[in-house]
Ligand binder design. Structure first.
Ligand code: NAD
Ligand code: UDP
Ligand code: UDP
Length: 327
């Protein structure tokens, strides 16, 4: 259970979708939170409700540059996560994962503190093993349009394990599978946010390819609970550990559910499948169940309505999805 020494915790990428929920959760646990973000895909709106919280501070900083702070723990989430955003400036994406990891690892080394890495199911690429277990090395194209993200995250994992072996750093590496919920960026092109926004606006739902590709969608609160439990494990637990919801759905099925839940009359439009789009993805969470006594509790039938409610309120406020620069 929670170790109730309160700590000062650095959350990089803390103004993003997952990062802002993590800040909320850590503050609710009594900790101080230092949020570092360059606001590339994150937004001040995601953390504005914390502005009067004395245990919370925000620093605008790009993690590809060194940072000198005094904290007790580090949780490294900084990195654009959706294909549209990480492909906008792919060189910066690799730098964020690799130089960013080097800087936060250097910081953790100087401070002697525990450090968490938000890795990804993308390290498995277009997997040939199904469902994916942590010992699967993956099937990744090193020179494709997703490589900046996939290979950047793989290299970050390498750095985490080398700092662990070389200087004894205490590391916690989570491989996160597709996660959704309130505060997803409405324009980031991810399937859940796209379908909900399209359905609410009466626009056609854009299914890439035949819609038979699968993903497994985890509700954000479940994922954050997994992060917290992982941080509480003994130092011998380093990961990598899969965190995600094993419920597997085709993209076509997700579209049908969104249409049902919103009552939208939107049609479906098929568009070409992007390059290197993984055909199937589903986490094997045996390790997380055993090590963290954790599994997701929120089915799509509960998580989707909460997310729809968020986007409905968002669209009523903004009229249309705001571009990043407008948020
Ligand atoms: P997000 O884009 O909402 O959040 C990323 C945050 O990092 C943003 O606030 C962004 O402004 C910030 N950032 C980007 N580059 C930065 C830099 N160079 N310096 C400082 N800050 C920077 O995405 P998210 O979904 O919240 O993802 C958070 C982390 O979790 C990412 O590392 C992502 O790779 C990982 N992840 C997410 C998912 C998912 O389904 N959401 C799945 C796998 C892994
Ligand atoms: N670093 C940082 N903050 C610190 C300590 C280090 O940003 O508090 C950066 C530093 O700029 C360096 C990187 O982390 O580039 C890696 O640090 P490390 O000590 O591992 O390597 P070295 O400084 O020997 O290159
Ligand atoms: N997708 C889709 N329509 C969209 C957005 C995405 O059919 O409007 C598909 C996409 O091709 C992929 C799946 O949904 O097969 C998940 O895409 P997302 O970008 O959310 O995540 P990732 O591909 O990184 O898992």
């Amino acid at each position: 259970m929670e170790n109730y020494r309160t700590k000062r915790i650095l959350v990089t990428g803390g103004a993003g979708f997952l990062g802002s929920h993590l800040c909320d959760r850590l503050l609710a646990g009594g900790h101080e939170v230092v949020c570092v973000d360059n606001f590339f895909t994150g937004s001040k709106q995601n953390v504005v409700h914390l502005r009067d919280e004395p245990r919370f501070e925000v620093i605008r900083h790009d993690v590809t540059f060194p940072l000198y702070l005094e904290v007790d723990e580090i949780m490294n989430l900084a990195c654009p996560a959706s294909p549209i955003h990480y492909q906008t400036d792919p060189v910066q994406t690799t730098k964020t994962s690799v130089h960013g990891a080097i800087n936060v690892l250097g910081l953790a080394k100087r401070l002697g503190c525990k450090i968490f890495q938000a890795s990804t199911s993308e390290v498995y690429g277009d997997p040939q093993v199904h469902p994916q277990t942590e010992d699967y090395w993956g099937h990744v194209n090193p020179v494709g349009i997703r490589s900046c993200y996939d290979e950047g995250k793989r290299c970050a994992e390498t750095l985490f394990f080398d700092y662990h072996r070389q200087v004894g750093l205490r590391i916690k590496v989570a491989r996160i599978f597709n996660t959704y919920g309130p505060r997803m960026h409405p324009n980031d092109g991810r399937v859940v946010s796209n379908f909900i926004v399209q359905a609410l606006r009466g626009d056609p739902l854009t299914i890439y390819g035949d819609g038979e590709q699968t993903r497994s969608f985890c509700y954000v609160d479940d994922l954050i609970e997994g992060f917290v439990r992982l941080m509480e494990t003994p130092d011998s637990v380093t990961g990598p550990i899969n965190l995600g919801n094993p419920g597997e759905f085709t993209v076509g099925e997700l579209a049908r559910r969104v249409l049902d839940l919103t009552g939208s009359k939107s049609k479906v439009r098929h568009l070409p499948l992007p390059q290197d789009d993984p055909v199937r993805r589903q986490p094997d969470i045996t390790l997380a169940r055993k090590t963290l006594d954790w599994e997701p509790r929120t089915p799509l039938s509960e998580g989707l309505p909460r997310t729809i409610e968020y986007f409905d309120a968002f669209l009523r406020r903004h009229g249309r999805p705001a571009r990043n620069s407008e948020r």
